[in-house]
Design a protein around this ligand. Sequence first.
Ligand code: MRU
Length: 369
Amino acid sequence: MNVQGKHYRTIWIKKGDKKVIQIIDQRNLPHEFIIEDLKSVDEVATAIKDMHVRGAGLIGATAGYGMYLATLEASRNDSFDDFVVKAGEKLKATRPTAVNLAWAVKRQLDAIKKGSSIDKKIAIAFKTANEIADEDAEYCRRIGEHGVKIIEEISKKKGDKTVNILTHCNAGWLAFVDYGSATAPIYAAFDKGIKVHVWVDETRPRNQGARLTAWELGEHGVPHTVIPDNVGGHLMQHGLVDLVIVGTDRTTYTGDVANKIGTYLKALAAKDNNVPFYVALPSSTFDWTVRDGVKEIPIEQRGEEEVKYIQGLCDGEIKKVLLTPKKSKATNYAFDVTPARLVTSLITERGICAPNEKSILELYPEHKK
Ligand code: MRU
């Protein structure tokens, strides 16, 4: 997508140096646009854990490149295979909820195993990392193609009046390699000339909505309004939301959806107000092993300082300020699970389906047991 008119992905190989991966460091957006070099597995692990990169799709793509860097480092080590396996474990331990991470590491390990020499293993890891990234972008583009039909239909029903879409957190291109999941249908609709307006949940505590979704929608020219997290229910009661589209960090093959904390409350409010609630995801975000999302999906807990402090621009400098009494304890569950019964449909790269085992497996028959 575009930043000041220039096309960017969120991750790429450095021009002229195949041993360096470059990312947009998302911690200081929207105020500073910084490109960071990653040269080792440890740097990649830190970038994921400390959220220089974030969002399920991008976490997966970054892990894919991390495994490629691991093969380069492993070639300077005594035990190549051991080093690569341990690198995979290190990366997987960084963030537990987004299943794309474990998926990308496994895809790399399975591919690397097939190389008959160290040079071939490195070449395979390089190719696989690029494939994961390209596939992520292409699948999001297709999610846009499928999802735009939903927005188009609502727009027609409203006699071409503005379609109001509520989204939570950032499931935009910054959360993937390009396009985004929840935002892909919105960008596609906007590009087709359909009138859209996005309610952007600020998404405490890290404010991915206020900082990232608002920024990327703005760069693309999409009309939007940032709202405090608690406002969605009120807007829905007053007919100001036509649909909700969110992303997901892990969706079970039965249709339960783990996503940024607060998503569940939006789904409850949507149900109570007959507002359709869509979840957009590429297949890398399905967990084909978990049946009951509420009981089985691991929920990441992060440090209390993310709740107690807030970051923003002050006199031209990015600063963190204390929000709570210094001694108050805070808790920071990063995700929650929305049960399938609250979800209208899933928008995937293969099409739109109901959030249940039968419909999901009809789209993905290769995962039938
Ligand atoms: O903690 P984050 O910023 O990685 O969480 C991101 C989200 O919750 C997104 O909504 C989610 O990853 C789905 S879109 C990839």
